[in-house]
Design a protein around this ligand. Sequence first.
Ligand code: PGA
Length: 220
Amino acid sequence: MANWKEHGTIEESNNWVKEFAKNRSLLKDIEVVVCPPFTTLSSIPQLIRAQQLPIAIGAQDISRFEEGKHTGEVSAKMVSEFASYVIIGHSERRSDSGDTDEIVAQKVKLAQKHNLAPIICISEMKQVEALKNLVPSFAGLIAYEPLFAIGTGNPDTPENANAMAEKVKAIFQNTRVLYGGSVDGNNVALFLKQGQIEGVLVGNRSADASFFLEIVKNAN
Ligand code: PGA
């Protein structure tokens, strides 16, 4: 799963898709989701369809409001016209925009209402416990992303990430767990072979197609 964060003009994102089209054989046994900024949520799916690439689209966030007087917000319903996934509760949203566990829960409910699959980011177990209280029946994707590992080049150990994934699944039985935090082409396979980690959420190494293709190649 590629989280481009605040990167990617229309031209840059078109070039990214074209690089994938040249390497389409790598996409055979792997599910790839790209999460671009809102501004390219419309153009990327068109290009992916034209190239017949098996890549799904996710947004990086949604509004906690259904609709209305909320300048600058983009609703779950609007996003659902372009995307099938949405990242919710990324640590950068929690720190930059003050997303609390309650706000995360509101967004999760709106995503589910509008058929968007949430990828809920957590960095510690107390956020998982809060989610259990607020959305007890949640089933889907949870990404474990420890703060010290995000954008630092200092990933968690695969063993520790696997232990966290196990703890998450003890609370939410029907979840798949992703690991995120300084994933690259050299370490991706170490996380995926642990047993409890079903995928990776990649930031830094995702907006540049060559780095992300290296991850896809080594994840297979
Ligand atoms: P990183 O970011 O790969 O740059 O560490 C991961 C994330 O923030 O999702």
